[in-house]
Ligand binder design. Sequence first.
Ligand code: ATP
Length: 328
Amino acid sequence: MPPEERGGALSEAVEPAAGYDGPRLAASGSVRVRVPAKINLHLGVGPRRPDGFHELTTVYQAISLYDELTADRADRLELVVEGEGADVLPTDENNLAVRAAVLLADHLGVPPRVRLHLRKQIPLAGGLAGGSADAAAALVACDALWDGGLDRNELATLAADLGSDVPFLVPGGTALGTGRGEVLSPVLAVGTWHWVVAVADGGLSTPTVYAKLDALRDAGTVPAEGVGAPDELLAALRQHDPRVLAAALANDMQAAALALRPTLARTLDAGLAEGALAALVSGSGPSCLFLAADADHAASVAARLTTHGVCRTVRTAHGPVPGARTTP
Ligand code: ATP
């Protein structure tokens, strides 16, 4: 097996669950799902709740950076990963795609027999929710493979057990997330937005960034009230003027990500110097996002940003795009 492709069987052949009354597999033997990355156009972080999660007010957008998951019939549960992070990602039940398949199988009362093949392009631990995306993809793929017949709301409800960002990656598009991010409301967003994504070397752990934000707030280094409600951002999304949107983008996690990775300031400055309309850290970082006026502008900002040597790689993307979907 090449080093960039790892995986294997997670279990011996699994016996059907008690009460399972026969195969519920789809006629076709293979299902392919494409799932996008997410960005946060507004990420307001409230106080830490008694359950350890922070209260969030966020506006998600799904963008055109994709992972692809293929689910095939098998006599056991196995996962193979190739692409971004394949050398470090777990292929056992610590992988969110596997956890999603097991959760869905339990819910449907079917044995978790599936071979998952994950082709990752979404950078790992980059603040782009790649792991959550793979979980959403696995729910959609396995539901089709096992003929579960769950609708998108049922899948999103299951998704909330897997992580705060997973429910959004089922419908995708643009949405308001509250609670810990899993309570979704639709958002009216006009047109398409163009982004440049600067992918950093190495990831940042989301819990570490939250802990840093708490520490900065406790020390009074950053204001505890944060960026507040996303009213300005929601109004900007209805206008489709990139300059208006640029002024409304906001991320409470940015100060903590910059404190942990000060070199990100150089990345943000470089994008602005090359003409981006706005620059911000993506989610908990360390990926950085730049808003462009249109697709050509995004391509030229990306090309020039590449020459600064301030990140591992630069990609362009547009949003909103749909969430996890089967593809031919
Ligand atoms: P978020 O913005 O939701 O915090 P992120 O983009 O910062 O996410 P992920 O790429 O989702 O981070 O990865 C976070 C961690 O989750 C990884 O370090 C990895 O150990 C774990 N993980 C489990 N399954 C996956 C998966 N399929 N893809 C990526 N990471 C996974």
